[in-house]
Ligand binder design. Structure first.
Ligand SMILES: C[S@@+](CC[C@H](N)C(=O)[O-])C[C@H]1O[C@@H](n2cnc3c(N)ncnc32)[C@H](O)[C@@H]1O
Length: 217
């Protein structure tokens, strides 16, 4: 993706940061409650190892869950406004960076997570870059956990870059917002993982969401 595409994504999160926690985590439809419960169940029961890296941490909803449990967590995001909210929530180790190029050494983290961020990897190469960073950064016996959507807000499965216009933010007093997404899918990630010596050891799907737990072969 080029810098103009990234600017569209950053602008979207600058705006949506104002309503993000309310719209995504507080006053939400039953379908989203069910989706989030499945991820909560995964992170509750899987063995997490320290330290944890949360890629595309946003306002820090999941980062905070890990931090409260006593893990040492680093959150990375491209949006200063989303990170500002995470900071106000009390999170400390927050870094403004692109998940395709993360400023840490190989094998630095026991767990690497990325929730609802891979949808913004706009080409297959972008997706591979982000996944390669996860494979590089996770320790030998560590775990990667991914969560994302299987179709976009209009129910479209489009495995190429497309411009979505999110009208639903109108319910929250915002003007419709444009953002680029490319919907990946569990099979694509499983294939890339296999090519890189990793495998999906657990996979769950619920409504519009899929989750994968990935380990080194
Ligand atoms: C839908 S939000 C998810 C936030 C959080 N993980 C959650 O589950 O609530 C997607 C996040 O990905 C971030 N993001 C998008 N593209 C990125 C990139 N190339 N590098 C880092 N962060 C990115 C956005 O700024 C946004 O905070």
């Amino acid at each position: 993706m080029d810098n103009d595409d990234l600017d569209v994504i950053k602008k979207y999160y600058e705006e949506i940061s104002k309503i993000y926690d309310d719209a995504i985590y507080t006053n939400i439809p039953e379908e989203m409650v069910e989706e989030q419960a499945v991820l909560k169940n995964i992170v509750d029961f899987i063995e997490l190892r320290d330290p944890i890296l949360d890629l595309g941490c946003g306002t820090g909803h999941w980062t905070k869950i890990f931090s409260k449990r006593g893990y040492s967590v680093v959150g990375i995001d491209i949006s200063p406004e989303m990170l500002e909210i995470a900071k106000k929530e009390g999170l400390e180790n927050l870094i403004l960076s692109d998940i395709r190029q993360v400023p840490f050494k190989d094998n630095s983290f026991g767990t690497v997570t990325s929730f609802w961020t891979l949808q913004h990897m706009l080409t297959l190469n972008d997706l591979k870059s982000a996944l390669n960073e996860m494979y590089r950064l996770v320790k030998k016996d560590g775990t990667i956990i991914i969560g994302d959507n299987v179709y976009n807000i209009d129910g479209v499965v489009l495995n190429e870059k497309h411009l979505d216009v999110d009208e639903w933010v109108g319910e929250w007093g915002l003007k419709p917002l444009q953002v680029y997404r490319r919907i990946t899918n569990p099979q694509e990630i499983a294939n890339i993982s296999k090519e890189n010596g990793f495998r999906v050891v657990e996979q769950k799907e619920k409504n519009n969401a899929f989750y994968q737990v990935i380990k080194r072969i």
